[in-house]
Design a protein around this ligand. Structure first.
Ligand code: DAH
Length: 357
């Protein structure tokens, strides 16, 4: 019996030393294989008597079962260890913060546009959008700037192929064409009612005032620290039967003070020239405190709408009068946030843009 115990023990040791399934199969062969120790013992029984065979056979079987049990236990242990190792290798730390989805935000110029729309909206101004590819008619001619007018050279215009005087042939150099587009629609709406759809001539019936702003992109051949070939403008137009320069002053002063959140702000209307207004003025603002205090800063062009422009809107200039202005939201954004290079707004650098959120 001792020899059998010794064999079982050495099988247990061999199995325990096996660290991979292959090691374990090799160790198994040493005991249970074709010429393994147990098999050899079975073969040796041939010479024994029947009684001896019985008892010896039973003892060998017990030893064999003990070895098989040790083998199964070790197989299970190795499989468990392998599973644990795999789990450890693939461990997920569910407490780690997830990969962040970047939070988008509005561009600083868009923030300014929204502000402008909200402020003028509260004063009863409509907001209109129009095409960026314009015709000569809306961009220049209807605005009292005929073909050979020297004022056309004030704008370095991008022309596009095709088009004609009335078909789109250029990138609008300002938002002023929206004065005509919006007013014509407005007049059409009320003149058809007043005139019963009859007759031409200039409308002089009853019509609610035209009060609109038109923000959007504009284009000029120009590029430096304060000019970009694409830039923004916001047009303003107020036309009625009794709209004066005084109203322009009031509206624009109120706008600037609200926009910059400062009552400590003065405005100057400096005489100027634009073909579509007469008289015309540049609007300068001056902060009385803060980093920009004491400097006159130009923020808009403005004026009383020229009678020819009123006429091109389809209105009788003897009855209708008003003012217009065109301002630069890019410049307003620079002043509000203290940015001194316009190009930063259009480079698309998130490190810069995210500062405005
Ligand atoms: N359109 C002019 C420009 O781009 C700005 C301007 C001046 C607009 C006077 C106006 C205005 O409406 O009345 O330089």
């Amino acid at each position: 019996m001792n020899d059998l115990n010794a064999i079982v023990e050495s099988a247990q040791v061999a199995f325990a030393q096996a660290v991979t399934p292959a090691d374990l199969e090799n160790a198994k062969a040493l005991f249970l294989g074709k010429s393994g120790r147990i098999t050899e013992l079975m073969k040796g029984m041939a010479a024994l008597s029947v009684d001896e065979k019985k008892s010896r056979g039973a003892a060998i079987n017990l030893a064999k079962q003990a070895i098989e049990a040790a083998l199964t236990a070790r197989r299970q242990a190795l499989a468990d260890a392998e599973l644990q190792a795999q789990l450890r290798a693939e461990a997920l730390d569910v407490t780690l913060p997830g990969r962040q989805r970047g939070q988008g935000g509005l561009h600083p110029v868009s923030l300014t546009m929204e502000r402008i729309e909200a402020i003028f909206g509260s004063m009863g101004f409509d907001v209109a959008q129009g095409p960026e590819i314009e015709s000569d008619w809306f961009n220049f001619t209807a605005l009292n700037t005929p073909e050979d007018h020297p004022a056309r050279s004030m704008h370095d215009t991008f022309y596009v192929e095709g088009g004609s005087e009335t078909a789109p042939n250029l990138l609008r150099t300002h938002t002023s064409p929206m004065q005509i587009r919006y007013a014509v629609q407005h007049v059409k709406k009320y003149s058809s009612k007043a005139n019963g759809g009859e007759g031409h001539g200039l409308f002089s019936g009853d019509m609610p005032e035209i009060r609109v702003i038109a923000p959007g992109r504009t284009y000029r051949v120009d590029s430096d620290a304060t000019h970009s070939p694409m830039f923004h403008q916001c047009e303003g137009l107020w036309v009625g039967e009794n709209v004066s320069f005084k109203d322009l002053k009031f509206v624009f002063t109120d706008f600037c003070r609200t926009f910059f959140e400062s009552d400590d702000l003065v405005l100057r209307f400096r005489p100027s020239f634009f073909p579509f207004t007469e008289p015309s003025a540049e609007i300068d603002i001056q902060f009385q405190s803060g980093p920009l205090a004491g400097r006159w800063l130009e923020v808009a062009g403005s004026g009383q709408v020229h009678p020819n422009v009123i006429r091109n809107m389809g209105l009788d200039p003897e009855k209708y009068i008003g003012f217009a202005f065109g301002m630069g939201p890019d410049r307003l954004t620079m002043l509000r946030y203290g940015v001194n290079d316009l190009r930063l707004f259009f480079d698309g650098d998130v490190r810069f843009l995210s500062q405005f959120q």
